[in-house]
Design a protein around this ligand. Structure first.
Ligand code: DGI
Ligand code: FE
Ligand code: FE
Ligand code: FE
Length: 188
């Protein structure tokens, strides 16, 4: 079994120091949200520590994992931003022995969200967006919403991400659109 110290050491090896600090801030924020919304602090902490495990890995290796593990092959056309969540979940399972599907799903979905998300999934999705080091325009509104409702904050991130991608003329992974559609159709 992995101790917290061993997990931190293994995660730190995968990324530059600034991203490791981001991971630690996501964990701190996830713990706050977990306490506020009654999610498992232990599960949210673990999901946060592992969420960007593969973010800086070689895109070629990520592609190989996507294809060999039967993940959506369309992801390979959208780069590491889209692949690092699902590939990260693969490492969480195979390297760290995580079997809790809610934790694995949270890691898998942390970049684009999901049509359905568990409490752990929403906590990670929002913590990654509002952790104390984030400074983008709109982060204060996202933090305000996170204090009121996880769903409102998740919807805000989903909507703003689409707007951001269109403004930057970046390609939108179809899964990102599916998630947006399912959230907007559920909104009353
Ligand atoms: O890994 P982090 O930087 O901490 O955060 P993240 O996993 O939420 O990644 C955010 C990035 O992913 C952000 O720059 C927007 C990008 N992204 C999200 N959905 C899509 C996307 N990029 C493309 N090209 N297409 C998408 O559908
Ligand atoms: Fe990420
Ligand atoms: Fe990013
Ligand atoms: Fe992150």
């Amino acid at each position: 079994d992995w101790t917290r110290k061993a997990i931190l050491a293994e995660v730190e090896k995968q990324m530059k120091p600034s991203r490791f600090q981001h991971v630690l801030r996501v964990e701190a924020c996830s713990i706050e949200l977990a306490e506020k919304y009654g999610a498992s602090v232990e599960a949210c902490s673990l999901a946060a520590l592992l969420h960007d495990f593969s973010k800086e890995h070689d895109a070629k290796i990520m592609k190989e994992i996507v294809l060999s593990q039967g993940m959506d092959s369309e992801m390979t056309g959208y780069g590491s931003e889209i692949m690092h969540g699902p590939v990260g979940a693969y490492y969480a399972e195979t390297v760290f022995g995580i079997t809790d599907e809610a934790i694995l799903d949270a890691i898998r979905q942390h970049t684009i969200g999901g049509e359905t998300m568990s409490l752990i999934g929403k906590v990670l999705f929002i913590a990654d967006y509002i952790e104390s080091g984030r400074t983008f325009k709109g982060v204060d509104e996202a933090r305000r919403l996170a204090g009121i409702s996880l769903d409102e904050a998740a919807y805000f991130k989903i909507e703003k991400t689409i707007i951001h991608l269109v403004k930057k003329e970046l390609p939108i992974y179809p899964g990102t659109i599916y998630v947006y559609n399912s959230w907007i159709q559920r909104k009353v």
